[in-house]
Design a protein around this ligand. Structure first.
Ligand SMILES: [Fe+2]
Ligand SMILES: [Fe+2]
Length: 194
């Protein structure tokens, strides 16, 4: 079957028909987002960076600890994906996970994701000649304690090679459910119409 394509050479030539063709492609593509995210997460497999366990195992351990502590499904998915940006965001990895999760989680979980790097620094920045209290710049923010708690209970605690983490397959249905529908996106209406 020949795939239909829009005919414009620049968007100012676009027609209703063109955008109906593009619109028909958008939802299947958007619905496959969890597959692309999980594929990317697997890039962390075998990536140790000197740590006791690789970054995929760290992600699984963080998510498993959060799940076993009774955190919500979006929280567990956030815990699973919080370091997914390590491959492309060597200098700002929390921003990447925060951007991927933003349409699907509430403001608090987004904030925790985006700021976890600075808060995690409390446990090691001083070994790198940095200020471990950099997080104090956010003291008083309504999500300060939530972010400190995420790092204390789950993120900084998830480097134990002997911990019995659940496998990625355990979390896949959660990722699919959380990413099924955006709650914050300028394209939300397109998804709802489909
Ligand atoms: Fe991180
Ligand atoms: Fe982490």
């Amino acid at each position: 079957m020949n795939e239909q394509h829009a005919k414009f050479r620049s968007m100012d030539e676009g027609t209703q028909e063109d955008w109906e063709i593009i619109g028909r492609h958008f939802m299947p593509f958007a619905h496959a987002l969890p597959d692309r995210v999980l594929t990317h997460l697997k890039l962390l497999d075998g990536d140790y960076g000197g740590f006791p366990i690789d970054r995929l195992q760290h992600s699984l351990q963080t998510a498993t600890r959060a799940h076993r502590a009774g955190e919500s499904e979006p929280y567990v998915v956030m815990a699973l994906l919080h370091d997914i940006g390590d491959t492309l965001g060597s200098y700002n990895h929390p921003d990447i996970a925060a951007a991927i999760l933003k349409p699907f989680v509430d403001e608090k979980l987004h904030w925790v994701t985006q700021h976890h790097g600075v808060f995690q620094g409390y446990y090691f920045f001083h070994y790198l000649g940095m200020n471990r209290d950099m997080r104090e710049a956010f003291r008083g923010h309504e999500y300060f304690e939530d972010t400190a708690r995420f790092c204390e209970l789950y993120d900084q605690a998830a480097f134990d090679p002997s911990y019995d983490s659940a496998p990625l397959e355990f979390f896949e249905p959660m990722v699919r459910r959380v990413m099924e529908r955006p709650i914050n996106s300028i394209y939300k209406a397109v998804g709802e119409a489909a």
